[in-house]
Design a protein around this ligand. Structure first.
Ligand code: NAD
Length: 461
């Protein structure tokens, strides 16, 4: 019954009715498919504040796409050319603004002018990208404040364009890391980032490897995915395999048949282990070293055991913390100790929006998922990982349409999935695309990030 009501609501007639009732109707988001010839196609307008430092990198990046590029007068002047006279009549698939040169708050007005003039011209499912510098690396307090201001600007732009399925993000690029912008810009401009909005992606210096084929960026890589038999873990396995990786999938014994099915489809290797068991780290290390070591480690396996803390058993507290947090750390420690993560590899944790904002009845879950973020923050500064050029990041999914969310009662679910700027739930593939972006060898400069995949949820930081 609830399926039929949902189908009706999602039909063209249902959407029309909801619209007439004043309910926000979600725009269908464009997602990536392997037949598209490049990561981005369409018109893009590039704007810039004073002394913009990333314009050449943006141009190099877009030269590998099917973009038709226009420049604002400011950007054109800094590039030594004329602004395109057709620009004013165009509508754009993307607006990119380079604010990397801002050092004083009064200069921000050029960002205001750019978006004031052009934001109405952004197409449905369009992209806004603001580029800046990490504020804590600025030379003066005024510059730091101005760079941090770009975050408030981009998050607010995201809220203003979300209704048409468009997104906005800030990418900060450390001085000297300009050459590492490429993978982040590709990801954010492409349909792969459909359900990410209002985020900040930090790019820093690191040796990155070039990608020969952007439709197979993980070719030749070995990826570990825990909890790979279903849900988000299955989508991660599918997506990393689509992108060229060989998958080693882990799950518990009761899920063996499902895991075998997924691994058979992907030509991967199934490993049956409870990640909390004492021998799991060694079993996983052995499975990976048999394949020559792993390049991408995805700690996806997770559980919820919800109750308010007064009613929660210690067993459910401990179990949730162990599966979602401590087991992943023990496995990472073992893989590092046994040199099973290859140089230039990537470690990825799966956090949650509720780990950021907290949730009633989820003290155990939210603590575990906040712990994932703390682990990433700390490990991104680790000399051991830096010496091996290993990046470490997390995704924090919001409302993702899985078996878990399908079990929520219909009207709560309908309400829950709308509480974000894109007015809809995300798909498991949206989380998986973000993980593939982190795992991409050209993303080594992307480390210490927790990227929310939540359509800019109204809750959390
Ligand atoms: P799911 O329950 O469908 O899948 C979790 C998988 O992990 C299952 O295959 C399960 O068997 C496996 N697993 C659980 N305990 C294990 C253990 N001890 N050892 C090995 N494998 C184990 O859940 P999902 O919705 O696909 O979630 C995947 C991850 O995403 C989890 O970490 C979850 O917390 C996180 N997440 C999900 C959502 C969402 O909306 N679904 C939102 C935020 C975060």
């Amino acid at each position: 019954m609830s399926d039929r009501i949902e189908k009706l609501i999602n039909s063209a007639a249902g959407k029309k009715l909801l619209g007439a009732m004043g309910v926000t109707v979600a725009t269908d988001l464009q997602r990536y498919n392997t037949s598209q010839s490049s990561y981005f196609a369409g018109t893009v307008l590039i704007g810039a504040g004073e002394n913009a430092k990333l314009l050449n990198n943006i141009q190099t990046n877009l030269s590998d796409s099917d973009a038709q590029i226009f420049y604002s007068p400011d950007a054109a002047t800094q590039l030594g050319g004329e602004a395109d006279s057709n620009a004013s009549s165009e509508r754009y698939q993307a607006l990119i603004f380079d604010g990397s040169g801002f050092v004083d708050a009064t200069e921000l007005v050029s960002a205001y002018r750019f978006f004031n003039t052009n934001i109405r011209k952004l197409k449905s499912s369009g992209r806004i990208v603001v580029l800046g510098r990490p504020h804590m690396q600025c030379k003066t307090p005024e510059a730091a404040a101005t760079q941090r201001a770009l975050e408030g600007l981009s998050r607010s732009l995201a809220k203003e364009v979300g209704g048409k399925g468009a997104t906005a993000q800030l990418i900060t690029v450390a001085e000297g890391a300009e050459g590492n912008l490429d993978s982040s810009l590709r990801f954010i401009l492409s349909p792969k980032s459909a359900y990410i909005s209002g985020q900040v992606i930090k790019v820093r210096s690191a040796d990155t490897a070039a990608v020969a084929d952007w439709h197979k960026p993980l070719a030749g890589k070995i990826a570990l995915v825990t909890g790979a038999s279903r849900g988000i873990g299955e989508a991660i396995a599918d997506t990393l395999a689509r992108d060229g990786a060989t998958i080693v999938g882990v799950d518990v014994a009761p899920m063996e048949a499902d895991l075998n099915k997924v691994m058979a489809r992907l030509n991967g290797k199934a490993v049956i282990a409870d990640i909390t068991s004492a021998d799991a780290p060694a079993i996983i290390a052995k499975a990976l070293s048999d394949l020559g070591g792993a390049d991408i480690i995805v700690h996806n396996a997770g559980v919820t055991r919800d109750k308010t803390i007064a009613n929660m058993s210690e067993q459910h507290w401990q179990m949730t913390l162990d599966i979602n947090l401590a087991a992943a750390q023990r496995i990472t420690t073992e893989l590092l100790k046994t040199n099973t993560i290859n140089d230039g590899g990537s470690i990825i944790g799966v956090s949650s929006m509720n780990g950021i904002g907290g949730q009633r009845g989820q003290t155990n879950y939210a603590a575990s998922k906040a712990g994932v973020i703390g682990y990433v923050d700390f490990m991104a500064q680790s000399a051991e990982l830096a010496a091996k050029n290993i990046s470490v990041n997390a995704v924090a999914p919001g409302f993702i349409e899985t078996a878990m969310t399908a079990a929520i009662p219909l009207f709560t679910r309908m309400f829950g999935r709308r509480l974000n700027s894109l007015s809809q739930g995300g798909l498991p593939v949206d989380v998986a695309e973000t993980i593939s972006f982190f795992g991409n060898p050209s993303s080594r400069g992307v480390s210490g990030n927790t990227v929310r995949v939540c359509g800019q949820s109204w809750f959390g930081a």
